[in-house]
Design a binder for this molecule. Structure first.
Ligand SMILES: [Zn+2]
Ligand SMILES: [Zn+2]
Length: 325
């Protein structure tokens, strides 16, 4: 060992081998750095543990988990710099819109079936979508958006399911509001002026038009009030998606999801600082508060669905929608 190395050598925070390097925010040796970097850049596949959970340094899965537990920062990876991050979200949103407008579900799938084998087909020419059809595509394309997030590659299939189930429906509702707002509408609607509520709602005797209107307008009225940009909306929805506090997640996944949530929050904060200078904290808080407005909208929607189920038990709600209540 050279004198220089022995002077500054410390145990690697991940594997305890002596090192004089500092990578991704922690003292760490070169091999640990390379494992972290290759998994994060998807140069190698993040496999499941192959060593029987013996925490062997030759097991990429265990070593990568140790990198996360040891404090290596995902935010130090080049592609998570703010500009690149936002460009990627915009690309993912284009893809989501393309799926939403141009595809249709082949059959009525539950969420579990959809996660395993659900692939939509190109939309038949001249087909007229009802709100049931649109809502299915809204949910499908939201799940596709979620599955295009980088962090999905490093979650186990069990944690991925928990991650998707927690946010797919509420974020589909958020995306209806985003698209309607971007189309300069003051209320949530599907393309061709198809209402977000199915026609059958008029058969429910004591439904409240006021409640339905609040559901259609609440989120969009806040988007308009804060004059939000598409970049801000995509960051907000991704922060909502990356919720580390969902019950049932492994500690490893909680740690990864929470790191990603901080990365997206810090990008949103940077946009607010750019826009508002000194008063940025108010804007940042207002934008994060959209998550509470979404929760309120979902709560209202819940009340409508209860009424619906009571008065219209035979209503042909799609499995994807039924599964969400
Ligand atoms: Zn190491
Ligand atoms: Zn292992």
């Amino acid at each position: 060992m050279s004198p220089r190395v022995s002077l500054v050598s410390r145990p690697c925070s991940i594997c305890n081998n002596l090192t004089d390097e500092f990578n991704y925010g922690v003292i760490s040796c070169n091999p640990c750095k390379m494992v972290f970097r290759r998994v994060m850049k998807f140069e190698t596949k993040f496999d499941h543990c192959l060593c029987g959970n013996k925490k062997s340094t030759s097991c990429r899965c265990c070593r990568f988990s140790a990198c996360i537990a040891g404090g290596m920062k995902i935010s130090c990876i080049q592609k998570y710099k703010h500009a690149t991050l936002i460009q990627n979200l915009i690309k993912m949103d284009h893809k989501r819109n393309n799926t939403f407008f141009n595809y249709q579900m082949c059959e009525d799938l539950s969420l579990d079936q959809l996660m395993i084998s659900g692939v939509p087909k190109i939309k038949d020419q001249g087909v007229r979508f009802t709100s049931h059809d649109w809502v299915s595509m809204e949910i499908y394309s939201t799940i596709e958006f979620m599955k295009n997030l980088d962090l999905v590659h490093i979650l186990t299939s069990n944690d991925l399911m928990i991650f998707v189930k927690n946010a797919h429906f509420k974020c589909a509702i958020f995306f209806i509001a985003v698209r309607s707002y971007m189309a300069k509408m003051e209320f949530m609607t599907f393309p061709d002026n198809v209402d977000v509520f199915p026609e059958e709602i008029s058969n429910v005797p004591d439904y409240s038009p006021k409640l339905l209107n609040r559901i259609r307008t609440l989120l969009i009225s806040k988007f308009r009030e804060f004059d939000v940009s598409i970049e801000e909306l995509l960051l907000v929805v991704t922060i909502i998606i990356c919720d580390p506090s969902v019950a049932g997640l492994s500690e490893f996944s909680m740690n990864v999801i929470s790191q990603y949530q901080r990365i997206y929050s810090s990008a949103l904060q940077a946009i607010c600082q750019n826009k508002c200078k000194a008063s940025w904290p108010t804007r940042f808080t207002n934008l994060l508060f959209l998550s509470n407005i979404l929760t309120k909208t979902i709560k209202d929607l819940d009340d409508v669905v209860v009424l619906f189920k009571y008065h219209q038990p035979a209503l042909p709600l799609r499995k994807l929608v039924k599964d969400s209540f």
